[in-house]
Design a protein around this ligand. Structure first.
Ligand SMILES: [Zn+2]
Length: 206
């Protein structure tokens, strides 16, 4: 396999990158000078060496200190422990944070469940349940399932709701979904501040 094909193949495994797009990127990278390649390599190595998963919310964060196990947001004492927002990606969390709509805690699932599948084994359910139990000791009252208003997002919310129903009932925690002012097909990641504010304000309890 030529170096270009090898690079194309790796790039095509990235989310949202099809084979033709991957080939175009591989040619683009091949035409770049040594400084670009060195910076690119360095950035990849640093992301790999310093990236870790927060033990509380499962978000990827960066630190060179091996003793640091949780992200800045989880470590902050200025967050509201009464509210836990469960979403699929760090990018969704960042969009929600940017909108300033909530000051709650987060849990990042890292995945959604395809429509054809009811199997939740790809989701970190036991970690989520542990997080709920832990936060319930410091006043957790409500969990907001913040998934995109797409068939896959809806389906993931449905499956998840069943998995956490018991622990929520035992600890008197409400489960809510984002409001549907959030129009169909709308993805959390691409929603503007007003849309997210509306969706949070009009959330409904399940
Ligand atoms: Zn965290």
């Amino acid at each position: 396999m030529s170096p270009l094909s090898k690079l194309s193949e790796i790039l095509s495994t990235l989310p949202g990158i099809g084979p033709r797009h991957a080939e175009r990127l591989a040619y683009f990278i091949s035409a770049k000078n040594g400084a670009f390649i060195n910076n690119f390599k360095k950035a990849l190595e640093e992301v790999h060496a310093q990236g870790k998963r927060c033990t509380a919310c499962r978000a990827v964060f960066y630190s060179t200190n091996p003793d640091i196990k949780s992200c800045l947001l989880c470590k902050s004492k200025n967050r509201e422990n009464g509210l836990l927002i469960v979403t699929d990606t760090e990018i969704n969390r960042n969009s929600i944070e940017k909108s300033g709509v909530t000051n709650g805690r987060y849990f990042i699932l890292g995945n959604t469940i395809p429509m054809t599948d009811a199997d939740a084994s790809r989701l970190p359910i036991s970690e989520l349940i542990n997080r709920i139990k832990e936060l319930s000791k410091s006043g957790l009252q409500e969990i907001i399932l913040a998934f995109s208003y797409t068939p896959e997002g809806e389906h993931t919310g449905e499956v998840l709701k069943k998995k956490i129903a018991n622990v929520c009932k035992e600890n008197k925690i409400k489960i809510s979904n984002l409001g549907r002012g959030f129009s169909a097909g709308m993805e959390v990641e691409y929603s503007d501040t007003d849309t997210l504010k509306h969706a949070f304000k009009n959330r409904f309890h399940l």
